[in-house]
Design a protein around this ligand. Sequence first.
Ligand code: ZN
Length: 419
Amino acid sequence: MATVSFWGGVGVIGSSKILIEQDGWRVLLDFGLDYTPGAGPFRAGIRPRTGRELYDRLLTGLAPRIPHVYRSDLVEGTGLEGGTDGKTALFITHAHLDHMGLIGFVDPVLPMYASPETIRLVQALASAGDRVEGGDPVFRPLAAREPVQVGPLRVTRYDVDHDVAGASGYRVETENGVLAFTGDIRLHGRHPERSLRFAEAVRGARALVIEGTTLSMGFRNPVRTEQEVDALFEEALAQTPGLVMVSLYPRNVERVEAFSAAAARHGRSLLWPAMQARALSAWFDKEMPDWGSPALSEDIRRHPEQFVVQLAGYDIPWMLDFDPGPGSIYVHANGEPLGAYDPLWDVLQDWLRMRHVPFWSIGTSGHASPDDLNRLVSIVHPEILFPLHSQEPDRLLPPPGVERWLPERGRFYNLAGRR
Ligand SMILES: [Zn+2]
């Protein structure tokens, strides 16, 4: 008998962790961190203590109490057994912290699989100093459509489209049928065919675990495509005589590439904060310039029409060095602050108002619209639907013939039986 249980992403966006068990063997899909700026025990500058991050997260309920996954030395005093049991493997869907933020605490002996691109991205970020908490993870690359056996469980990775390179969905074959997990997925990105091929590959699954981010975010249908985002950025470049400031999510390397090329077509170079410049240089294997040097600040002040400056999150005060004003623009394209729920969002608006700089929001979601979620569900047409990674999973209504089970955290669902 196979079971599935959910240790995160239940009623919240992010922190996905799905455990599939059969005959004492375990497959764990994703191992993410909560991402809740302005909420939870660690907010307003209160952080888990340095060197005791896992301990603090376990004792505040922000890391799951799953035995035999974590490094033994890190769980001392928590009452949890660490060190792998030799019968568990971990599979990561993509390089966003809400899906992999806990992997630095995992016993390095425990096999941890991810797409080659995910691994390369995590390593590029680490080489720039942007490391996951705990320690550098030890990965095993897993090619698409090449199954790997974990005892009686067979796991296959598929490429899907999301706003990060290397995004994956998984198919897990159990004695009670296939459980499929979308990871984060969409149909309006640059590679909708990947997501559709995954859905076809798991058609008729016993259970489909699908993300439902947009169900609760007031998303309207249809959403912008990545091509429309590119076109809006071109428009901003064409209309702006002064400095273009931008906030991009650097892990969306395909958009980074598209925006860099667009900037170049308009005679501008796109400059990055130092750490992001180092990570992107490692990823693209070519020098990505940063705006950190005083000489460059002078150039930007004199010739704002020659630059695009990535100014994300806590970099806001640096705009003083570039002296933006009327004629400049701030283009938000899914970088930090990620949304209005982030306290930094209002701070940014205040700064832009003070400098008389207009704000354009031109991004698009990394997540399928409600219509596209329905489309994916109807292609797969599973026997059981588990909506996850959503504040309002009950907004996803199953088509006729599909049972919906709303996951509860820590409850074991028998894939052989009824609820
Ligand atoms: Zn994601």
